[in-house]
Design a protein around this ligand. Structure first.
Ligand code: NAP
Length: 463
């Protein structure tokens, strides 16, 4: 029997478990999936925007894997030290796969990042996703204009949530406290700003296009600014996704009249409450404040060079903002006891095998963002996990122990740990359904540690 611990129950962890269950090279596999949180699914629960119900429904696929008899979900376990030190896990299991993602945000490194009103997009996402580590609730206080720095899919998510009315979000599982804050929102202008051109933006076309279909927001673009992009006039040589992005932007810059005599130009949808301004060729140089609070973001206008990058022009533009969301990508954090490449924010590996000082460390593996960096969509984790599992299975003959020790779960319990098991998670799901029913809504997330643990432990009184 091959006994594997997977650390992290986000998509990469669950796809790793799935690959292990589906293979037929090792006849018997037992998998423990450990997570710091009492809830599984990682960024599918705490990152995918609540109004993206189709992507969120991926949880149903992930659930099938975690509910398999050969898998145990063990939530509320913070791996890295004590009884959960990496070397201890290595003793307890034949193999350990770290799927811990990229837990923090990248910094801009410009003055003013610490001002009140300046947040990372990940903080904002965690808030509306009810992540139990988030206590901030004042994101929107006094904000009429918001600047989102970056033009990736996370930037689109946070801009869209800001542009939606609370009524539109009531049907989601967003916690009531966040909905109440959004219902009082005075944010009218949302500026989403890229330092390079529209043909280099990282958002996907589907996500971009969705901004144009929000019921109470209009998209504003500036044709002259878009046309600064060398690819604007002739996008033929661009990769398909970038070319399609330009087509969507072109539609907004110069929309075809709906009917003879209808007004042309992006202002045709006026009358809506909010505006999403898509801006390009602006590099943030300072977050400007007064009395400790954000008042604006200063950008230097950039111009394309011939390497696909940009250079500064020495011209500056300030955008008024009382809320700044820095959405410039995630970043992996080191896990105590695991090697870490600080420059890349990943664990050094060879086809998923962890490398310690350049040498394969037997029985230790990585998959997902901590392996390849914070790129790609959820599905990208499937082939990534498969590669790691292939390496693990190749190594399996040398990993499986002849003499099986005590069940790792008993050992962890004996060390005083009290994991939230699958039954505990199911109890949380029931409690969230009840919470929502009490508010006349569908399932609503419990946003705090106490509430989650209380719900989980209600059915599990083991010491
Ligand atoms: P991302 O796709 O890497 O985008 C980061 C953005 O920040 C880019 O526009 C980048 O511009 C910009 N940026 C980086 N450093 C900057 C700086 N110093 N100043 C100004 N701008 C800077 O990251 P993300 O949006 O956090 O997304 C992470 C991953 O999750 C992506 O793979 C994304 O597709 C995925 N995701 C997918 C969905 C979905 O499928 N619906 C939703 C959310 C996230 P440059 O290009 O110039 O570097």
């Amino acid at each position: 029997m091959l006994q594997v611990a997977i650390v992290g129950s986000g998509p990469s962890g669950v796809y790793t478990a799935q690959s292990l269950l589906q293979q037929d090279r090792v006849p018997e596999v037992r998998i423990d999936v450990l997570d710091r949180l009492p809830c599984p699914y990682g960024l599918v629960r705490y990152g995918v925007a609540p109004d993206h119900e189709k992507i969120k429904s991926l949880q149903n696929n992930l659930r099938t894997v975690l509910a398999d008899d050969r898998v145990r979900f063990l939530g509320g376990l913070d791996v890295g030290s004590g009884p959960l030190a990496t070397e201890r896990l290595r003793e307890l299991y034949d193999a350990v796969v770290y799927c811990v993602g990229a837990a923090t945000d990248r910094r801009l490194g410009i003055p003013g990042e610490e001002l009140a009103g300046s947040y990372s997009a990940t903080e904002f996402v965690s808030w509306y996703s009810a992540h139990p580590d988030t206590s901030e609730n004042g994101f929107l206080s006094g904000a009429r204009s918001a600047v989102v720095i970056g033009v990736g899919n996370v930037a689109v998510d946070v801009a869209r949530i800001l542009a939606r009315g609370a009524d539109e979000l009531r049907v989601t599982d967003m916690p009531q406290s966040a909905l109440d804050v959004l219902a009082r929102s005075q944010v009218r202008d949302i500026h989403m700003v890229g330092r390079r051109g529209p043909s280099q933006a990282k958002f996907s076309t589907k996500e971009l296009r969705e901004l144009g279909s929000l019921p109470d927001a209009e998209v504003v673009v500036d044709l002259a600014e878009l046309a600064l992009d060398p690819a604007w006039a002739d996008p033929a040589s661009l990769p398909g996704a970038n070319r399609r992005n330009l087509e969507v932007l072109r539609g907004w810059a110069d929309p075809a009249p709906q009917e003879p005599g209808a007004a042309r130009g992006p202002t045709r949808r006026t009358g809506r409450t909010r505006r999403i301004h898509l801006r390009f060729f602006l590099r943030p140089v300072e977050i400007v404040g007064a009395a400790g609070r954000v008042t604006a973001v200063r950008f230097e206008r950039t111009a394309p060079d011939d390497q696909g990058q940009v250079r500064g022009t020495g011209q500056y533009e300030d955008l008024d903002a009382q809320l700044v969301l820095r959405s410039v990508g995630y970043r992996g954090l080191p896990l105590e006891g695991l090697p870490f490449d600080a420059a890349r924010g990943t664990v050094p590996h060879q086809a998923g095998r962890v490398l310690r000082d350049g040498v394969v460390s037997p029985g230790e593996y990585v998959a997902g963002w901590i392996k390849r960096g914070p790129t790609g969509v959820i599905g990208t984790n499937r082939p990534c996990a498969k590669e790691t599992v292939n390496s693990l299975l190749e190594d399996a003959p040398g990993l499986v122990r002849q003499e099986r020790g005590e069940d790792p779960l008993r050992v962890l319990r004996a060390a005083g740990l009290r994991p939230v098991e699958w039954s505990g998670w199911q109890a949380i799901e029931r409690a969230e359904a009840e919470l929502g029913a009490g508010q006349g809504r569908g399932s609503v997330k419990i946003p705090d540690w106490d509430g989650l643990l209380q719900a989980a432990r209600g059915t599990d009184d083991r010491p």
